[in-house]
Design a protein around this ligand. Sequence first.
Ligand code: G6P
Length: 620
Amino acid sequence: MCGIVGYIGFRSVSDLLLEGLHRLEYRGYDSAGIAVLADESIVVRKRAGRVSELAALVQTQPVEGTIGIGHTRWATHGGTTDENSHPHVGGNGEVVIVHNGVIENYDSLREQLTALGYVFHSQTDTEVVAHLLAHSYIEQLKLVENSDTHAAALKAVEATLTRLKGTYGICALFRDATDTIIAARSGSPLVIGVGRDEYFVASDASPLVGYTQEVVYLADSEIAVLRRDNMSITHRTSGSVQPSIQTLEQVSSDIELGDFPHYMLKEIYEQPKTIENALRGRLDDEEGTAVIGGLNLTPQQLRSIDRVVLTACGTSWHAGLVGEYLLEEFARLPTEVEYASELRYRNPPITERTLVFAITQSGETADTLAAMRECRRKGHPTLAICNVVGSTIAREADGGIYLHAGPEIGVASTKAFTSQVTVLTLLALYLGRMRHLSYPAGKRICRELRQMPEKIEEALKCHDSVKEIAEKYAGFDNYLYLGRLYNFPVALEGALKLKEISYIHAEGYPAAEMKHGPIALVDERTPSVFVVPRCGIQPKVISNMEEVKARKGPVIAIACEGDREVERIADDVIYVPEVAEYLQPLVCAIPLQLLSYHVALLRGCNVDRPRNLAKSVTVE
Ligand code: G6P
């Protein structure tokens, strides 16, 4: 979702901001803009559309300077127009801001400011903040000693924040406080990059990569004042904060496409490696268990757990569903998977013996964060399964497990899903071995997990056949995805992938449930994708395939090599290697990712930046 980048230092700021905005594009956006402090005035360039269009505008109307802020906007209040794009100027140009988040009381603030004579040029909630800041700045200037513009600017920010309800990550430039950027957050992430005589600020670390490895993650209620040669951070209630500088592990190659045409394809192909990374150092073959260090709970505490709640959104929620089956099978722990957006407002019985896990790639999803905070507020230890190191959820959780999958840039999650499933398998093994799971079973699981990178490599060999099948089916507008047991969440995930990037209506269902509704949709124009590798329940799923065929529905099957029974019924078969049933989600996800990728390409869709979607959903 919206992305912020800011810079103060010695480099040419418009180029740097544009590059930063390019790197933030993956978050999802519909317009972009920059503001530069040049010759003691603020110059804004912004427009609806792509960062490349903004770059073209800046090329025809260049702006020089070494201090500036930039933004990619994902529309919430007001349509996608040049006027609604950020940055927004307040008052008579005293201040300019970029903002992520949602100001809930913007309507009443707008009325008050209009009554004071402020004129609005956009429909955004952000412009309210810009005018409030300008108003407050003028007031503060009269109160501070010697009309100190820097002191007035900081006080104006402090005063303005007390009037806002909602969430924000804000960066502001004040025209008369010429060597300062002020950044503040409440709910929307901001990270500061520390350089030599330069500072960066951004919504996530990607714009900083290659410039600095030293970062400070701003916490809620903190305000940072960045000058070229120093930085100070204050907490709105507890005062001055000693910044904790951390080392950024990302390197430039992590965020480069290399030889791949799209990030999604690159990330699909990274999966043998990312699964290996998720497993690295976490398998104890001798003891037949997993080694999970970061839960921050004693073995006694872990043994006393009698229930698990997994909470997440989107693809991470699907990984959670696989986790439920794993935890119940291996650890015999009753497990529920909750949509974070529901959990945050519900009051389910969670006791001190319930283990809550937030599952999230980005670590910033607003609903997942809120659900986690709600559980923590009630005093329950809440852990995270997270990819982005230093993200808000990773920092606020009581403990957890990192995916180590590297940055995921494609909006449609691929490698994060398989890493989440891998980590959940490790967790189930770990908790299982503390309970009922036998030593031989634990050893077998370790052995089977170790083979997974190789099995994923093998699964990727289906690419050419998937491409051909995509050509045959890309023109259809409705799909069903069906699977059972471990492959039911895979069916949901396959359908989600197709929806996300091809804009095709697709429904995932437990195969047997099909008879209770979806079968009414089956006809020659509705392909059904069956996830049907060999498993105990396979004959039942094959019967469901027959039922679809009997109604002239085209059938695409994901099956194991040499499965004659499936070949006999399905119109097209995509082969995956044979693995244990509980590991089938890992191999079966691969062809479904590739299928959605190729169908999207054939339909002319932008696979890495699908319309309306955001990589990191930082609003409710
Ligand atoms: C968005 C993304 C999805 C992702 C979901 C949850 O909808 O487009 O790919 O699965 O958010 O994100 P998280 O970062 O919490 O896993």
